[in-house]
Write a protein that binds this ligand. Sequence first.
Ligand SMILES: Cc1cc2nc3c(=O)[nH]c(=O)nc-3n(C[C@H](O)[C@H](O)[C@H](O)COP(=O)(O)OP(=O)(O)OC[C@H]3O[C@@H](n4cnc5c(N)ncnc54)[C@H](O)[C@@H]3O)c2cc1C
Ligand code: SF4
Length: 472
Amino acid sequence: MGDVKGFMTKERSLPSLEDAAQRINHFKEFTDLAPESHQRDQASRCMDCGVPFCHNACPLGNVIPDFNDAVYQGEWKKAYELLIETNNFPEFTGRICPAPCEASCVLSINNDAVTIEYIEKSIIEKAFKEGWVKTEQYERNGKQVAVVGSGPSGLACADQLNKAGHEVTVFEKSDRAGGLLRYGIPDFKLEKNVVQRRIELMSQEGIDFRTSVNVGEDIKVTELTEAYDAVVLCGGSEKARDLPIEGREYKGIYKAMDFLKQCNQKVAGDNLDADAMIDVKGKKVIVIGGGDTGSDCIGNSNRLGVDSVLQIELMSKPSLMRSLDNPWPLWPMVYKTSSSQQEGCEREWSILTKRFISEDGENLSGIEIVKVEWAKDEQGKYKMMEIEGTKEIIPCDIVFLAMGFVHPIKEGMLEQLKLELDERGNVKTDDYKTSVDKIFSAGDMRRGQSLVVWAIAEGRECADQVEKYLKE
Ligand SMILES: Cc1cc2nc3c(=O)[nH]c(=O)nc-3n(C[C@H](O)[C@H](O)[C@H](O)COP(=O)(O)OP(=O)(O)OC[C@H]3O[C@@H](n4cnc5c(N)ncnc54)[C@H](O)[C@@H]3O)c2cc1C
Ligand code: SF4
C-alpha cells in the first residue's frame, strides 16, 4: 500500500463545474477530468482502512482501496483491471452514481470522503484513451439467451452471459438501446456518446441488439420462451405514480418521463412531431416531487428557456446534519442541492397539492396547495396533517409529475406470462428466478425503482443464476 496518509495533507477536491449561467446554454456534460496529478493526489487520501466500509456500501462490491492505491502509484492499467472485475460500466457509475461508497467512507466520519466516484471515472476514461478497453470474441457453447430491456440491468446481464459464451439477443422496445441511461437521464449528466460507445463494443463482441421490438406486443413472449434456453426480463419500473386529483385532465399536466424522453430525443437530433412537443419556453413550471427525476425536469426546463421553476415536495425539509437515527455509515438523509437545482429554481417542502386549476376550463392555470406538518403517532408512524389556513393558489402553466414509479408495466409481457408479482407489484423472484420456468428477472422490474449501480449489480448476479440454470 502506498501513501495512506494523503488525507492529512490533501483536501478533498473535484474538478470545478462550468458556471451555472454558462452551462444552461447547452446540454453537454459540464465537468471534465483534472490533470492526472490531481487524480493521484485524490487517490492518496484513501487510508486503506482495515475494514473498508466503502466497498460494502457499493452494491457492486468495487474493491475501492485497491484501485485507489493503484491510481496513487500510477499503475493505471492495474487500476482498470481491478475496476472491471466488479463493474461492467464504470463510465456510467463514474458519472451518475450517488456514490453510497463515499457516504460510508471511514474518512467521512470526521473529514471529507475520498472522491471515489471521480477516481472511478478517471480510471475508465484513461483506459478508453489508452486503448485498454478492447473487444474480445468468446468461444460459443450453443446456448441462447434472450434479454428483454436494454437498461443498465439488461446490459450488465447480457454482457456477463456473452462473456460466458452464450449467444445473447437483447430486445428493446425503444428505437435505441440504453433504457433510462438513454431516454431518462439527461445528456448534461451523461452524454449519449458514452452510452453508445459501450453499446457498440457489446455489439462487436457478438450481442445482438434488436431495437423497436416491444415484447408482448410486436412479438409474443412465448416466441422467446420457445426459441431461447433462458429469458431474462429487465424491463424496468415504468409505471409512474400519478396524481388523480380534481383537474388532472387539464392541458399542461405531464408525467416527468414524457418530458425527459422528448428532451433526450431532441438533443439526439430526432425529428419530433411539433404538436406533441412540451414547450416550456417562457412558461411558469411547477415540478411536483423533490427527487432526482424532478431535478432532471428542472435542468431541462432551465436549458429550454423557462420563465420560472418551482419544485414542491410533500415531505418536510431534511436537516443539514445527520440525525441520531441516521448515523454513519448509513446513507445520509440530509439536505442536498443537485447541480440542476443550483442552476435556478425555488424549492418548497411540506406542500400537498389539493387540485389543479384552470381559468378557461381547458388549460392549466395554477394549483391549489396546502401546507402540511408531519408528526409521529402513538405507534411511532409518521402522520401527515394539513395546517389550517394555509391554502393557497400558485399560478403556473405547466406541471411535471415527478413522484416516482410504482411498479413495472403489467399489460403485455407480464400478463401474457402470468408471472407472480410481489406485494408492491414487482416481478417476484427467488434467486432471480421468476415463478415461470426458464424466466429470470433483474433490475428495477424486480427490485422496484432504484439506482444504476443496483441495476448493474442485479444484472450481474442474475447472469450467475442463469449460468447455473443452463449448466443444470
Ligand atoms: C429521470 C431519471 C433519472 C435518474 N437518474 C439517476 C441517476 O442519476 N443515478 C442513478 O444511479 N440512477 C438514476 N435513475 C434510476 C436509474 O436510471 C434506474 O434505476 C435504472 O436505469 C434501472 O435500470 P433497469 O435496467 O432495471 O431499467 P431501465 O433503465 O428502466 O430499462 C428498462 C428497459 O426495458 C425496456 N422495456 C420494457 N418493457 C419492454 C418490453 N416489453 N419489450 C422490450 N423492451 C422493454 C424499456 O424500454 C427500457 O429501455 C434515474 C431514473 C430516472 C427515471
Ligand atoms: S459504483 Fe457507485 S457506489 Fe460503487 S464505487 Fe462507484 S461510485 Fe461508489
